[in-house]
Design a protein around this ligand. Sequence first.
Ligand code: PEP
Length: 249
Amino acid sequence: MGRKFFVGGNWKCNGTGEEVKKIVATLNNAEVPSPDVVDVVVSPPFVFLTSVKSSLRPEFHVAAQNCWVKKGGAFTGEVSAEMLASLDIPWVILGHSERRALLNESNEFVGDKVAYALSQGLKVIACVGETLEQRESGSTMAVVAEQTKAIADRVSNWADVVLAYEPVWAIGTGKVASPAQAQEVHAELRAWLSKNVSADVASTTRIIYGGSVNGANCNELAGQPDVDGFLVGGASLKPEFVDIIKSAT
Ligand code: PEP
């Protein structure tokens, strides 16, 4: 069976209550391919998670943008995986490059978070990606392999993991990776999974691309054999997110 296309929308730290209602209304009124063809998961800020979950059409799902690395407790300002699970929030994004860079989240910390979130029954969108400096020095694959290894060392159940390849230089910059650049890294990541985890995990795990995806560039990227969908930032707040969902077909 082929890998089902996956489109995630990362709203980041954006949106007021009114703006969120408008985005949800746009999504609820959109004509999109059936859930047999595409998984759609939007990730509002924590404060809007439950209202978006209850107002969004049922075939679309929600993801938190982060969760704490272990059981909740005296960790002021954090949100635990147990809390998300208890509210039936099915997904969480972990290892986003903004958190890696701004909050110093290490590969090991991200790997621990992924393992803990999975242990609590959440599904994880795990992000990896190189900086411009790393790409220009030819270390793209070494960087993403090390980030993926920190996850693979701690995780045995890959069925609930979607891997998001998000080159840092393409995030929020308008500089999208070319379809060939995305395909090259996705294929190498899949080969890495085959060699270091298993052939089955490599062939079934969805590897999605993120970095300045929009309504105009999504179709060509979606046509690449190892691009199984997208994690979309800026464009997920706009009506063109619907066009990105449609690129599944
Ligand atoms: C992201 O934040 O995951 C992302 C890919 O952002 P953008 O689409 O805005 O580049």
